[in-house]
Design a protein around this ligand. Structure first.
Ligand SMILES: C[S@@+](CC[C@H](N)C(=O)[O-])C[C@H]1O[C@@H](n2cnc3c(N)ncnc32)[C@H](O)[C@@H]1O
Length: 262
């Protein structure tokens, strides 16, 4: 990367074929609304041999994210000789150490996951989705798509206290048809169309549902590990702007191709 290249101003709706630290070095402080990403972790998969400097990436993410903005960090652990690495926990705690709040530890449950792990333990079927915020969260468009058992029924207001008493001034209300989701999301793993040989593609709905939850139309979404372009594709479809970094030229080509078909 030349000095000239590092001075290039960033264009929205672009994926940069470079190390994400280089892209972020050109981003102003507090300029990104939402980050949705999955870094390479442990030795689980080979991404054409590329790696990253976790602590510097975490600090740069804290610098570029707006006050109230969110970073969704999707990660899991490798098991080596009967011992999980604990990388995910270490990373979550490091994010807290540098100033992020751990707003929620969500789980991506993969009902159809392929068993990469050991046969000695239960089948490995989830990844963490750490939802980190810089200060008080600015946007929470919680998805309400779980049918409520009591839908349509009028129920007594029920603000209850720990000592068992209830407030009497809460009005009755009609239970809406849908309630908010749990923080465990069941999302099938599927090879999304047009993602070629990329080994770890997000399901499009995972990217889309986080973008809907933690950002508004017109806002800027960044993925420092863009891979085959799933976050960019979902951001574009949902009327957000995006920036991405992807170190592999091969994966950038896959991402550009997917986006051109949008
Ligand atoms: C888990 S994959 C992301 C997959 C992506 N969510 C998708 O749906 O295709 C991680 C990606 O990070 C890329 N990568 C690794 N080190 C990087 C770095 N330092 N900067 C930018 N990208 C990097 C890898 O090439 C790989 O494509």
């Amino acid at each position: 990367m030349t000095a000239e290249a590092t001075k290039r101003p960033l264009e929205p709706d672009t994926i940069y074929n470079e190390d994400c630290l280089e892209t972020m070095s050109r981003m102003p402080d507090c300029s990104v609304d939402l980050v949705v990403t999955s870094p390479p972790y442990d030795g689980m998969k080979s991404y054409n041999g590329y790696s990253f400097d976790f602590e510097n990436v975490a600090r740069e993410l804290f610098r570029i994210i707006k006050e109230g903005g969110v970073v969704v960090w999707v990660v899991g652990d490798e098991t080596r000789a009967g011992d999980e690495t604990g990388t995910s926990f270490r990373q979550a705690l490091y994010f807290k150490e540098i100033g992020f709040r751990l707003f929620d530890t969500m789980i991506w449950h993969k009902p159809n996951s392929f068993n990469f792990g050991s046969n000695d333990c239960y089948r490995q079927s989830f990844e963490y989705m750490f939802v980190l915020t810089k200060g008080k969260i600015a946007t929470r468009n919680l998805i309400k798509d779980v049918p409520a058992k009591m839908a349509g029924r009028t129920v007594k207001g029920a603000r209850r206290h720990v000592n068992g008493s209830r407030d009497t001034d809460v009005p009755d209300f009609v239970v809406p048809q849908y309630k908010r989701r749990d923080n465990v999301w069941d999302i099938m793993v599927a090879q999304e169309r047009g993602t070629g040989k990329h080994p770890a593609v997000f399901p499009e709905s995972l990217a889309a549902d986080h973008i809907l939850s933690w950002s508004n139309p017109g806002e800027l979404v960044y993925d420092p590990f863009m891979g085959s372009g799933t976050v960019a594709k979902a951001a574009k479809a949902l009327g957000r702007r995006f920036i991405g970094s992807e170190i592999s030229a091969e994966y950038c080509r896959i991402a550009d191709e997917r986006l051109s078909k949008e």
